[in-house]
Write a protein that binds this ligand. Structure first.
Ligand code: DGY
Length: 328
């Protein structure tokens, strides 16, 4: 009998088809894990689940007595209760590395778009206001030779530093849980306190994972420390920022602009004031969403899932203690 797995959004088609050839696949879209009866029914005998952003917590796991592995199709895994999964000897995996450069490109995309006011100018040109768009009130600000402040110097943070240093001749500051001597050497990056970074950066960039420590990391006090000309970029998770404080900082001119790939509530609520601000560039959480990278993420997630189901060690296991226990 084929092993049962549940696939929820997002898995690229060729990867989904390949899994369908080998497993009893239940493909469920846009599920609400608490109320979707079909999902809860299949969960009872599913050995693996794979997808993006599903909240995997105690309540869900109580309905999943046969689960061996949860394969996240993202590098961030704030949606998984790792402690609870580990307690039950369930493996959890994510998709690091394959998306690093793509997310770093996205960060520079929104940073440049906000600094050079690209969406605003695009709108003016397309609405036949070319002459108006040439006015000094639509000038942007330079990115090159400015100071970028990277909060979270993991793999993606370092890919951002590389672009900043070698692409834009920027001065690179960073703040991270641990010093990254390698990055300091390679990208001429300077480690500093969060306060100093916020006070000195033209472009404070938030790219830290969402954890208990980073929830609400940037709020009123932090925005007050920033330059009035600062352009704030968030490509981590919406909840690393106190969004109402960000809105206020933009409304009062505490900071100049923002580029956001993530929001406290996703999809963003239609009445969110950020959506009416011309100095805010928005994306629908698509930092890693290119054809190439989404496929690589799906492939890696599927390799993780299959390894877990076959009794092999998944390539990018988040909770290796479970593997050690299972193979003792
Ligand atoms: C990730 O992989 O964590 C990115 O945010 C895309 O979801």
């Amino acid at each position: 009998m084929k092993k049962k797995i549940i696939v929820y959004e997002r898995l690229e088609k060729p990867v989904l088809e390949s899994l369908q050839n080998k497993y009893d696949v239940k493909f469920l879209k846009n599920i609400d894990a608490k109320t979707n009866e079909e999902f809860l029914e299949h969960l009872k005998d599913a050995e693996g689940i794979i997808g993006l952003a599903l909240e995997v917590n105690k309540a869900l796991l109580d309905n999943a007595p046969n689960l061996k592995i949860v394969s996240n199709v993202s590098v961030g895994y704030n949606n998984l209760d790792i402690e609870e999964l580990s307690k039950r000897n369930i493996m959890a995996t994510n998709t690091p590395d394959v998306l690093t450069d793509t997310v770093a490109d996205t960060v520079f995309g929104i940073l440049l778009a906000a600094a050079r006011r690209i969406p605003e100018l695009d709108h003016l040109v397309k609405s036949k206001q070319w002459i108006e768009a040439l006015g000094p009130e639509y000038y942007g600000v330079d990115v090159h030779h400015k100071t970028i402040g990277i909060i979270g110097m993991g793999r993606i943070g370092q890919a951002i530093a590389k672009r900043a240093k070698f692409g834009f001749d920027m001065n690179v500051l960073y703040h991270s849980r641990t010093r990254k001597h390698d990055a300091e050497e390679k990208f001429d990056a300077t480690y500093c306190s969060l306060e100093k970074l916020l006070a000195e950066s033209d472009f404070p960039v938030l790219i830290t994972p969402l954890t208990a420590e980073t929830t609400g990391l940037i709020g009123k006090k932090e925005f007050q420390l920033m330059k009035h000309s600062a352009i704030f970029i968030n490509a981590s998770r919406g909840k690393t920022v106190v969004e109402k404080d960000l809105i206020e900082a933009l409304q009062t001119g505490e900071i100049a602009a923002a580029g956001l790939d993530v929001f406290e509530q996703e999809p963003v609520e239609p009445n969110n004031p950020l959506l009416d601000m011309k100095n805010v560039v928005t994306l629908p959480h698509v930092g890693s969403s290119t054809y190439e990278t989404e496929l690589k993420m799906s492939e890696l997630a599927a390799r993780n899932l299959e390894a877990g189901l076959n009794g092999d060690k998944p390539p990018t296991l988040i909770n290796p203690k479970v593997w050690e226990l299972l193979t003792k």
